[in-house]
Design a binder for this molecule. Structure first.
Ligand SMILES: [Cu+2]
Length: 376
């Protein structure tokens, strides 16, 4: 009698839990705990696949536990249950092999279809090469010849806790990647270690591996700003290489392309000019802060034993040619990258001049863009 009541009570509790779970799944659950639906047709497909598999698992769980709990309570010893004496039933074995097999096939078909659609980069309209660097992204628009680096712009004082954090803390960059509502093919690779390019709203992430090119694609229907970050532990500043993707309308995109080409031409023009000390120092400081301070630190003190100090450095106060060589070609086999391909001649000349005259390195030396071009 008692056991019967207990059994019924447990049944009711179990049923309530299931009902609550299911109704929750339909309501608020989906925006807080569930997979993100994203903003593209393919991210919706991924989400639908996820929900389908989820519900198949829920139904399988309910059925199996219902039979299990029913059997435990109905056929228990205290009720005088006598075990069946049959052994080896071909029918049962066929049933419990066939049903899971059919369920697995039912799951494999939509899963494979979605995976194939995710990989299908054919017939794309625009190709962008994405290259991971420690710790920034480079975007090359292969059809337009546009090329730029995208670096974190969250101010240092927010990171160290001296200022309140913005809404998009660690998710803002100087040069976002810009696209339109066409099929965009991404060719993803890396210059140093393994990174991973991940904008959750697109519904996928793709590893950036040195020496390999991984392809992925997206097609955004609405203009908007989508944010993501490197999703592969890639060193000290792994958490400081965000991605900002902006989808523009056709007209805005065309204007942006023109602007980028103009900026490139202006930079090429600047490379032949001779700059004053003030100009070099003014340009050099922001370049230092975005490209060098992650390792050599904003105060030029470096991190002892890992990144050498620039303040008082034998290189930064010694032979200019050696300093230019390290800046342009890096130091092979160390984290000191070759900035020759990352920074313009003007930026490099400015940042090297800055290093030679800031942090108490008052050498008075000036490096001109032409000095850099001569070495490149
Ligand atoms: Cu990374």
């Amino acid at each position: 009698m008692f056991a019967k009541t207990l059994g019924r009570t447990l049944g009711v509790i179990w049923g309530t839990v299931l009902l609550l779970g299911a109704s929750n799944a339909f309501a608020g659950f989906s925006d807080t705990l569930n997979l993100r639906e994203g903003v593209t047709a393919i991210s919706q497909k991924v989400f639908d696949l996820h929900m389908l598999i989820f519900w198949i698992c829920v139904v399988a769980c309910v059925l199996v536990f219902a039979v299990l709990i029913y059997s435990i309570f109905t056929h228990r010893k205290s009720k005088g249950a006598v075990p069946a004496s049959f052994h080896e039933s071909t029918t049962v074995e066929i049933i419990w092999t066939t049903i899971p097999f059919l369920v697995l096939v039912a799951m494999a078909v939509p899963a494979t279809t979605t995976l194939l659609a995710l990989e299908d980069t054919r017939d794309s309209d625009i190709s962008i090469q994405v290259t991971g660097y420690q710790w920034k992204w480079k975007y090359d628009y292969l059809d337009e010849g546009i090329s730029f680096f995208s670096v974190l712009t969250t101010p240092r004082d927010q990171i160290v806790g001296d200022a309140p954090k913005d809404e998009n803390y660690l998710l803002e960059v100087d040069n976002p990647i810009v696209v339109i509502n066409k099929k965009i093919r991404f060719l993803i690779t890396s210059n140093d270690v393994i990174h991973s390019w991940w904008v959750p709203d697109l519904g996928w992430k793709q590893d950036a591996i040195p020496g390999f090119i991984n392809a992925a694609w997206t097609e955004l229907s609405e203009p908007g700003t989508y944010r993501g970050k490197c999703a592969e532990l890639c060193g000290k500043d792994h958490g400081f290489m965000p991605i900002v993707l902006i989808a523009k309308t056709e007209d805005d995109y065309a204007a942006w392309v023109e602007e980028q080409k103009g900026a490139a031409a202006a930079a090429a023009g600047d490379a032949t000019r001779t700059l004053t000390m003030d100009e070099l120092m003014a340009k050099g400081e922001p370049v230092y802060n975005t490209s060098c301070a992650a390792c050599h630190q904003a105060n030029g003190q470096g991190i002892p034993g890992v990144f050498p100090a620039i303040a008082g450095s034998a290189v930064a106060t010694g032979d200019v040619a050696k300093h230019i060589d390290i800046g342009v070609n890096g130091v092979a086999g160390t984290a000191m990258q070759a900035f020759g391909e990352q920074l313009s001649a003007v930026d490099l000349a400015a940042v090297i001049t800055y290093q030679r005259n800031a942090f108490g390195n008052d050498t008075g030396d000036m490096v001109q863009p032409a000095d850099i071009t001569a070495v490149k």
